[in-house]
Design a protein around this ligand. Sequence first.
Ligand code: NDP
Length: 331
Amino acid sequence: MVKRPQGEPDDSCFQFVEEMLPVLEEGQIMVKVIWLSLDPYMRGRMNDVKSYTAPMQIGDVMVGETAGVVVESRSQHYQKGDCVTVHKGWQRYIIVDDDEPRVMKVDLANGTLSAHLGVVGMPGRTAYFGLTEVGKPKPGETLVVAAASGAVGSVVGQLAQVMGLKAIGIAGGAEKCRYVKETLGFDDCLDYKEGDLAEKLRVACPDGIDIYFENVGGDVTRAVAPLLNPGARVPICGYISNYNATDISQVQTPFDILKTAKHVPEHRFFVVTEWQNQWQEATEKLGQWVNSGKIKYRESIGEGLENAPELFRGLLKGKNFGKQLVKVADE
Ligand code: NDP
């Protein structure tokens, strides 16, 4: 990152830099990156604002998680050919100490290499912990989730169904809504871009809303808030509709909106890393649901690291359809 964005991050915010790879030191591995994950949180890290973690500095490698293969090893714990995920940014090759917490071995029994950046990776775990730990679901309840065809939302709604809840999705456009209903099996999915969302929600949720899994904020939250039941829970995962705001301190956040609800819900922001000590267990559970067909997923794949900025801009405005990935190299 060579410049902080004002609004949408244009090409002048990024610079593609090539340099010689250093020689490995004892205890290090070199990873050839196959997949780069693009995630909405990256936009927040480009601002000079401290949120749950420190902002990036000008000149830093763009943050991000990648999945790849160990091509050289001077470690006791990793061998050439091992598949790993590494949280070391938008890079083609990554050299990392084997004891860094942000490198994890991938067990392909739980899903494909790319799935470890999506459905059985960070977004899948976000859905799982956000729903179970903050949403506290009970069978028979009604759950609403927006960005329902996306990486987190698609897993939230399918898990809700596994747990015996009624799942109502919200998504942008007829094609995404059809997929959420017909392929993912949600009870319904409403197109917020068509308008009249508040009325459509009222019809789709005759018993009110017990859990609203917050991914987008803004007008969607305003439409949901009046329908929240007494005792409702709102895991605040993110509010992507505000991420490109030129001054994020001026936006009305979900916290501001929910405070004014008739029945103010139990709500809090959470970050998936709260449950880091249970990641392995969650990955295995998600892998079982995927392998048994209870959780389905789709990926939105772009080619080439040099195209990451454009794909990232697309993600922030819903051009992706499923988990956004960049294919950096062939497996
Ligand atoms: P998605 O795969 O869902 O992609 C983002 C989607 O957001 C787009 O496809 C688009 O879907 C939707 N969107 C974009 N702009 C708007 C808008 N103005 N109004 C409504 N919807 C919009 O991304 P993720 O699943 O990776 O992330 C979803 C949310 O979860 C984000 O807010 C993210 O920050 C958060 N998150 C939080 C984590 C945590 O630990 N707290 C971890 C991971 C993610 P559509 O076309 O349907 O509008």
